[in-house]
Design a protein around this ligand. Structure first.
Ligand SMILES: Nc1ncnc2c1ncn2[C@@H]1O[C@H](COP(=O)(O)OP(=O)(O)OP(=O)(O)O)[C@@H](O)[C@H]1O
Length: 408
């Protein structure tokens, strides 16, 4: 699903590469933590997946496509299968929660009817049912991040990239956000998250890729934040099964729509399949891996963790069983809602957005914005460009939406 082959990224004017001869594969359904000290290359790794940056050397495949062969014009189309969440939320502060989430769908030309059903459904999924009319400043940090997550997933991306999504949140709220990301992953979305939060990584026991000065110094399944423990015994069966499958000629799927319901199984199997698949490749062992094997990997020392394993264990339910269908149960939504603290907002006119008012909200397109529309539109387009929904310099307000419409 995501594959880096001998990828080096050196920014102009920099002597040392931000990423140095990276080779790694992430498969469908995995939840991967990217860890490492500040400046180790985590954000660069994510930006390369998004095609926000180009590698100086090597090739990157995402969703079966060689990023080097995607023209600038096609990049926004490619990015529709990727959702992105940032540390600083990046919401449109002059737009309601509903509008922030609807924005993504409007830009890619979804119909009003689709938006009208998809936005409330997604807000419910992230535990913000009934808060569509709120403005971002009327929400707690955790709620704002959930709006950002709703915006990232409303188009049902296959991959969700998160760059320190809990970096601005208190520990309890962070745990709630992780509950949500785990649920999204359980629904089949591949999640790659850069983080400094040792407590979260230690508790969740997902695959951990550790970077140090641009090298991958550790790539472990079911791992913690800062230890090199090797393959866990309970994963050996999965590895053996995947090896047998690989020997039988099975290939990891690309681009298809199969969603595995057992997230843990999906992750273990996917990682094991990756291990088995790469075992069959004539690939030299990366330098960083050699270092890690020799125990030369650098310890992560930067950024003191603020979420403890105890917080993760005691304060929040970590996982809500997803429904077989896309429907979100009230119980699941309530658990998610309870997982992040909210603030009381005094608002005489507040109310649910799922009814006719929401439709009014939904019709408040950029074209209807009052004074300062040009500046407002610029803000929209900047965000659209930043979210990868429009090519920089691409279609502008008033253009036919179909020009940036769905690709399938
Ligand atoms: N646009 C850029 N131009 C020049 N150098 C850059 C640029 N972006 C990142 N770098 C450098 O590349 C290296 C890796 O940076 P990157 O942001 O990927 O690290 P990081 O692990 O995400 O750090 P942090 O945890 O602080 O966010 C650093 O040395 C950084 O200074």
């Amino acid at each position: 699903m995501i594959r880096f082959d001998s990828v080096t990224k050196t920014y102009s004017g920099q002597a040392k590469p931000a990423l140095n001869d990276i080779g790694v594969e992430i498969l469908r359904g995995e939840f991967v933590f990217l860890v490492g000290a500040s400046g180790s290359g985590k954000s660069s790794f994510l930006r390369l997946i998004l095609k926000e940056e180009k590698p100086s050397k090597g090739t990157i495949h995402v969703l079966g496509q060689n990023l080097g062969q995607i023209s600038s014009r096609k990049v926004p189309y490619f990015r529709r299968d990727l959702g992105v969440v940032f540390q600083d939320f990046r919401l449109l502060n002059d737009k309601s929660v509903y509008e922030n989430v609807a924005f993504t769908l409007r830009v890619i030309g979804k119909s009003r009817g689709y938006i009208h059903s998809a936005v409330p459904e997604t807000l419910k999924l992230v535990g913000l049912d009934g808060k569509g009319k709120r403005m971002p400043h009327e929400l707690s940090g955790g709620e704002q991040q959930r709006v950002a997550i709703a915006r990232a997933i409303v188009n049902k991306p296959q991959i969700l990239l998160a760059d320190e999504p809990t970096g601005n949140l208190d520990p309890v709220t962070s745990a709630g956000i992780m509950t949500l990301l785990e649920r999204i992953n359980a629904g089949g979305t591949t999640v790659v998250m850069a983080t400094h939060e040792a407590g979260i990584v230690d508790e969740m026991r997902k695959r951990v890729i550790e970077l140090s000065a641009g090298d991958i110094v550790r790539d472990e399944r079911a791992a913690g934040y800062g230890t090199v423990t090797g393959t866990l015994p309970e994963d050996e069966d999965a590895v053996a099964a995947a090896e047998a499958e690989a020997a039988a000629g099975a290939e990891p799927t690309e681009g298809g729509g199969h969603v595995q319901s057992d997230a843990t199984g999906a992750t273990a199997a996917a990682t094991a399949t990756a291990a088995a698949a790469s075992a069959g490749k004539p690939k030299r062992e990366p330098k960083a891996k050699q270092k890690a094997r020799r125990g030369e990997g650098e310890a992560i020392t930067a950024a003191a963790p603020k979420v403890t394993p105890e917080m993760m264990q005691h304060s929040q339910p970590l996982y809500v069983e997803p429904e077989a269908s896309d429907e979100v149960t009230d119980a699941a939504a309530e658990i998610t809602a309870a997982a992040t603290a909210s603030i009381e907002v005094q608002s005489g006119t507040d109310g649910d957005d799922a009814g006719g008012d929401a439709d009014d909200d939904a019709t408040a397109t950029a074209a209807e914005t009052p004074k300062g529309a040009a500046a407002d539109a610029k803000a929209h387009l900047t965000l659209a460009e930043r979210l990868g929904l429009r090519a920089p310099g691409g279609p502008r307000e008033g253009d036919d939406d179909q020009e940036v419409g769905p690709t399938r």
